[in-house]
Design a binder for this molecule. Sequence first.
Ligand SMILES: [Ca+2]
Ligand SMILES: [Ca+2]
Length: 231
Amino acid sequence: MLRSQKLLLSLSAALGLALGSAPASALTVTAADLPNYTPSVDLGDVLVTGIGGPFAHKTVGGFDMVGILGGWEGGEIDLSVPEGILFEFDTAQIVTELQIGALFAALEEDDLYDEQALIEVTFADNTTASYVLAVTGGTSAAWSGLGTVSNVSPATTGNGAVWSLANPFGSAAVTSLTLSPIGPDVPENFRNNDYSFVSLSTVVVPEPGTLAMMGFGLTGLAIFGRRRSVI
Ligand SMILES: [Ca+2]
Ligand SMILES: [Ca+2]
């Protein structure tokens, strides 16, 4: 083996080590990770806590989803307590996908109006923001944040009324996320605006040191490649 080939191999190994030392790149939490009647669960990279009561599952249109026990609806997040589900991340995460369910269109599943969900986040710089997902029809909804919303299961009776938010906060990393109810909450429409958690996917923002190491390794390879071509 030529000395130059050995050098290239060792540089590649160094780059591999740098990549290998990067934090876990992706995290997914599903309803199955939040056991029934549990007040909170530590999943390692994220602590998930029930606000207003413990977690409670329900199956809607074949989809397993989680809300908070009690309130107007067991298995959904209701305003009456109020209830919520809080996700607190050990390190800032970019949310790549969030799915919620049981968010129905008007006159479906006893809901008088198109349902809405309130989603609150704390960004890595400690600023906070609130966004609303508002159903506008059986398979259509409006999202006040970034990214896109798509329908996974129709918001009509017998289905899951599941919605997927892709990159809902853009490339901004968050340290916490809360699924919250939104008003009004009055007797004639008490069933409106309740919903459930289905799944959450995030990626960890690489730490500056890791990026610097990766940059150093790539720069080394580039310089080496140029020298080699001269030889
Ligand atoms: Ca509830
Ligand atoms: Ca609902």
